[in-house]
Design a protein. Structure first.
Length: 256
């Protein structure tokens, strides 16, 4: 079942484009982007724009490898080209939505007809940008998609997942109203997991989200912190478990 969007969303895309400001790209948001692009020059330009702004980007040139890669790795935003050697970007998007993945998707393509925009949005795309993209605008749109995916700026608000409450502003956690002693890294790891209940998060994604982009941290460090977090939050006794998925990462899920 694909996620359908009304054609009226086209107006929202145009309005957003008219109000994008370059200072958006200076927000403290680090993105992990998956790019589906078979043109090496366009791919290099996009990667350069993202990396210059402090983001990371993994490039795929074929739809099948993109679908496999995004199934086994974790990304914040997907960027799709339309015309590809093995399948269209729209078919790739359909496959993404059919597996109930609500990750933000931006089309970056040379197709510029109004009907192309309508078709992309109708198949579940969140935004549409015509090549060649201006770097500042591309970054602004991607960070805007990330903000909306994080519930329109609610990331800094207390996160209540009974019996736990996490307060990012104070880096404090409570269990049944009682404080839980966590180190800063343990707290950050807990917040990432509890904001992504049921989602398989790759080791790379967790390391970048908690320790920073390209941090020189061994994956064993992540395993130790997960073990410590289980103990501190008394999991699974309190109704939640952190499951290790071999060669991929971790998933937080409720018991029963």
């Amino acid at each position: 079942m694909s996620c359908k969007r009304p054609a009226s969303d086209l107006a929202a895309v145009i309005i957003r484009a008219q109000h994008i400001r370059q200072d958006y790209v200076r927000e403290d948001i680090t993105l992990r982007v998956a790019l589906l692009e078979d043109d090496p020059d366009h791919a290099a330009q996009t990667v350069n724009s993202l990396q210059t702004a402090g983001h990371s980007c993994e490039v795929f040139s074929r739809g099948e490898t993109f679908l496999r890669g995004t199934l086994h790795e974790t990304f914040d935003v997907l960027v799709l080209d339309w015309g590809l050697p093995d399948m269209s970007g729209v078919k790739v998007l359909d496959a993404i939505r059919q597996r109930h993945d609500n990750i933000p998707v931006l089309f970056l393509t040379s197709r510029d007809a109004e009907q192309d925009v309508v078709d992309a949005l109708s198949h579940g795309a969140d935004d549409f940008l015509v090549k060649p993209a201006r770097p500042a605008e591309l970054l602004a749109r991607l960070t805007a998609l990330k903000r909306r995916a994080d519930s329109a700026g609610a990331v800094a608000q207390p996160l209540s997942v009974p019996p736990f409450v996490f307060d990012p502003a104070a880096s404090a956690a409570k269990l049944n109203g009682e404080p839980v002693e966590l180190t800063l890294r343990q707290f950050q790891l807990a917040v990432v997991l509890f904001r992504n209940v049921g989602r398989l998060l790759s080791r790379t994604y967790l390391l970048e989200a908690v320790w920073g982009l390209n941090a020189q941290v061994q994956t064993r460090t992540l395993d130790i912190h997960v073990s410590q977090l289980r103990s501190a939050l008394k999991l699974p006794e309190n109704g939640w478990r952190i499951t290790s998925v071999y060669a991929h990462g971790y998933r937080l899920e409720p018991l029963g």
